[in-house]
Design a protein around this ligand. Structure first.
Ligand code: PEP
Ligand code: MG
Length: 582
């Protein structure tokens, strides 16, 4: 096979070299053909074998569930095992092979379609939802039949298993999480933008990745050799030996550079001219605190609590209980040993639905997302607020509210926090009565009406990922407009500058917790704008710190003012280059 190159969007640094592991799309879309009489028993056995394999897979997943996983996850696997054992799935398709001479995949899909149609008729909403479970079980069996495994081998710590690159049409943020404990060295998807939540989770795994590769999953075959150049967003398929050699050298060089960065772990984050900068971590789960501490974070600047609520497939709207949430928040704050933990309240919706199959809004990014959902579902919100408040008895916690835009939303939110506090008082539960409350500034309307916010809030945190999405009117998930996603657009720079300046004037601390804060190419610019708190994935922290310790604010601030007066992209690019050399 000849070598070819694919271009997409870079989401994560570094170089990965490995073999392709295709993750099949979830569609029940299979080849249909009739088999000969003498093939019937072999085909029956093929299907039985696949069913047995899935039984084993489910058992392995069940055994490997982390101790702290939500109880529903175990129940969900049990439901799948039960469905798989049901004669409707384990026997009827075999009869279809024997009587209608369908190939195994076709026989299975025929029966699943039949069952799905029956479920559509069911009145009971809960039972109707079980249709999704049946389809998922069917997909698992199909993936085994078609030879595209559903699960990746577990990380065994050995070198040999690490060189696998996941290739998929798309991966939901929740599915991306399952790759956390799996052995693979890179990933490639057809869809996705640089700051889609899938990309953000991938970045937190710190492995080279490229998204928005259009039809990579169709062009790449299982086991093809691949190189991902994560810095350039380029994938080379079946590279020539000389190309492979060059990339191996570059990979080794990058590894050496990273090792050097490790030396900065204990170095204080102070600029050359003596200003201390606060470096915070973005986390998705309490377990991520270990990485945050290891990187030397001063605290957690963004705990994306919605990840506790997502991916509970088959249990739509079955949310984590107050106690379960409390336990997660408490674990995070205890793990951080006295360093502050900023917990963002449920930012569900847009590309982070409770369940991908449940996404119905026409324009989810503009829909009932984040605080809008929470104010519409006060019982869900109050339960979360109580859980966070209770955890605040165990260490310093700050509450961060996403997607605020209106004064009445701020006021209603603050009133609900007070309500949660009085409920806890009545119940005799301890909490920090002075818990600081902050707002995400991530809707342009908020960035343009800051007096409303600084008057009511203890701190602000700029969510540049959404601020860019909403200011430039480009869907952060859509790779077709990814080239327009530009943090250096003067409109973004103006909003950032304005927010930092107004916060400083009002004495309200301002952080940036969007991906801009973790991009070392932007560190000097943000410092020059006056930013003193950066929150990012722990994996980015040392690279950003390196920029900080090499910066001189006395030089950066006047130069940044010049950038702020520029509108032409060429002028901004030149000024950024000068900033880099200062
Ligand atoms: C942001 O929008 O910049 C942000 C930090 O939140 P999220 O990426 O989770 O939307
Ligand atoms: Mg956001």
């Amino acid at each position: 096979m000849t070598s070819f190159t694919l271009h997409g969007i870079s989401v994560s640094r570094g170089i990965a070299i490995g073999r392709a592991h295709l993750v099949a799309p979830a569609a029940l879309d299979v080849k249909h053909y009739l088999i000969a009489d003498e093939q019937v028993e072999a085909e029956v056995q093929r299907l039985q074998g696949a069913i047995a394999t899935v039984h084993k897979e489910l058992q392995t997943i069940w055994n490997d569930l982390p101790k702290d996983s939500p109880a529903e996850l175990g129940a969900f696997i049990d439901v799948h095992a039960l469905i798989l054992s049901d004669p409707m799935i384990s026997d009827v398709p075999l009869d279809i092979i024997r009587t209608r001479y369908y190939n195994a995949e076709w026989a299975l899909v025929t029966q699943i379609d039949e069952l799905s149609a029956q479920f559509d008729e069911v009145e009971d909403a809960y039972l109707r939802e079980r249709k999704a479970d049946i389809q998922q079980v069917g997909e698992r069996v199909l993936k085994v039949l078609t030879g595209s495994a559903t699960t990746l081998p577990a990380r065994d710590g050995g070198e040999s298993s690490v060189h696998m690159i996941v290739v998929a049409h798309d991966i939901s943020p929740a599915d991306m999480l399952q790759f956390r404990d799996r052995a693979f060295s890179g990933f490639i998807t057809d869809l996705g933008g640089q700051n889609s939540h899938t990309a953000i989770v991938a970045r937190s795994l710190d492995i080279p990745a490229a998204v928005g590769m259009s039809n990579a999953s169709a062009l790449i075959a299982q086991d093809d050799w691949l190189i991902i150049d994560g810095d350039a967003g380029v994938v080379i398929v079946d590279p020539a030996p000389i190309v492979l050699e060059q990339y191996r050298e570059r990979q080794a060089y990058l590894l050496r550079e990273r090792k050097k960065l490790g030396k900065l772990k204990k170095t204080p984050a102070v600029t050359r001219d003596g200003t201390s900068i606060t470096l915070l971590a973005n986390i998705e789960f309490p377990d991520d605190c270990a990485a945050a501490l290891e990187a030397g974070a001063h605290g957690v600047g963004l705990f994306r609590s919605e990840f506790l609520f997502m991916g509970r497939t088959g249990y739509v709207h079955k949310l984590p209980s107050e106690d379960e949430q409390f336990e997660s928040y408490r674990r995070a704050v205890v793990a951080m040993k006295g360093r502050p933990v900023t917990i963002r309240t449920l930012d569900i919706g847009a590309d982070k639905p409770f369940d991908v199959a449940e996404q119905t809004a026409l324009n989810p990014a503009l829909g009932l997302r984040a605080i809008r959902y929470c104010l519409a579902e006060p019982q869900v919100f109050l339960a979360q607020l109580r859980a966070i408040l209770r955890a605040s008895a165990y260490g310093p916690i700050k509450l961060l509210i996403p997607m605020l835009a209106h004064a009445f939303e701020i006021d209603q939110t603050l009133a609900m926090i007070e309500q949660a506090k009085s409920q806890l008082r009545e119940a005799g539960k301890k909490f920090d009565p002075l818990i600081p409350v902050g707002a995400m500034i991530e809707i342009p309307a908020a960035a343009l009406t800051l007096p409303l916010f600084v008057k009511r809030m203890d701190f602000l945190s700029i969510g540049t990922n959404d601020l860019i999405q909403y200011t430039l009117a480009i869907d952060r998930v859509d790779h077709e407009v990814a080239h327009l996603y530009n943090p250096l657009h003067p409109a973004i720079l103006q909003l950032l500058w304005n927010t930092i300046a107004i916060g400083a004037k009002a004495g309200v601390p301002v952080a940036v917790c969007g991906e801009m804060a973790g991009d070392p190419k932007l560190t000097r610019l943000l410092l020059g704008m006056g930013l003193r708190e950066f929150s990012m994935h722990p994996t980015q922290l040392l690279a950003v710190k390196q920029e900080i310790v090499n910066s001189d604010l006395g030089l950066l601030i006047p130069h940044t003012k010049k950038i702020m007066r520029a509108y032409e992209p060429g002028v901004i690019a030149d000024a950024m280059e000068q900033l880099r050399l200062m």
